[in-house]
Design a protein around this ligand. Structure first.
Ligand SMILES: N[C@@H](CCC(=O)N[C@@H](CS)C(=O)NCC(=O)O)C(=O)O
Length: 201
């Protein structure tokens, strides 16, 4: 398998999941400014959507959309429990978090990364991120991971997005449980492995 990624971008989430599961993988870096890959390919020919992550399977099939990729990977090695299979509701809880992270947290960062966003749009995005982080803080108070004691694909995704708060000057002071979660996940050997491979530590 090959993961097209950009250091520290949302592609870090499937990268972490690949490492957690011990799945053999190659990495190919994508420059999101030029939309060119490290081997010189026009990234739009690989993903017409123009964004990372993209997972290329061994038979050449391409899979996009981070939440779909991490669920696919988790199902390759169900014994790791990154996406629960025994009870439908437990599985739906992880998917509920994935959708919430994707649509209510991840996408609110987009205006902050866009240098052309007007200040009032950025301010509204920051306010929305603050409200969402408050909800994550309540969910994480008294438990290590989003769905309890066990790490899931939703935690890999949440870590990846919350990891941007530092660069964006978003203070996690009012969210001590999120802050503790960030450091707890960062300390996992698979997360260290992914961060090192992306040149982030
Ligand atoms: N819906 C996509 C969004 C992916 C996305 O937003 N990727 C960003 C990096 S975090 C990107 O590559 N942006 C560059 C672009 O859109 O040109 C997913 O969840 O995988």
């Amino acid at each position: 398998m090959k993961l097209y990624y950009t250091p520290g971008a949302c592609s870090l989430s499937p990268h972490i999941v690949l490492c957690e599961l011990g799945l053999a993988h190659e990495l190919e870096k994508v420059d999101l400014n030029s939309h060119t890959t490290a081997s010189g390919a026009d990234f739009y020919t690989i993903n017409p959507k123009g964004y990372v992550p993209v997972l290329q399977l061994d038979d050449g099939e391409l899979l996009t959309e981070g939440p779909a990729i991490i669920q696919y990977l988790a199902e390759l090695k169900p014994a790791f429990g990154l996406l629960p299979t025994a009870r439908l509701l437990e599985r739906a809880r992880v998917q509920e978090w994935l959708n919430f992270i994707a649509t209510e947290l991840h996408k609110n960062f987009s205006p902050l990364f866009n240098p052309t966003s007007p200040d009032e749009v950025k301010a509204a995005a920051r306010a929305a991120i603050g409200r969402r982080l408050g909800l994550f803080d309540k969910a994480l108070a008294g438990q290590d991971y989003l769905t309890g004691a066990r790490f899931s694909v939703a935690d890999a995704y949440l870590f990846t997005i919350v990891n941007w708060t530092g660069h964006m000057g978003i203070d996690l002071g009012p969210c001590p449980a999120v802050s503790a979660f960030l450091e707890r996940v960062r300390a996992r050997p698979a997360v260290q492995q992914a961060l090192k491979a992306e040149g982030l530590i």
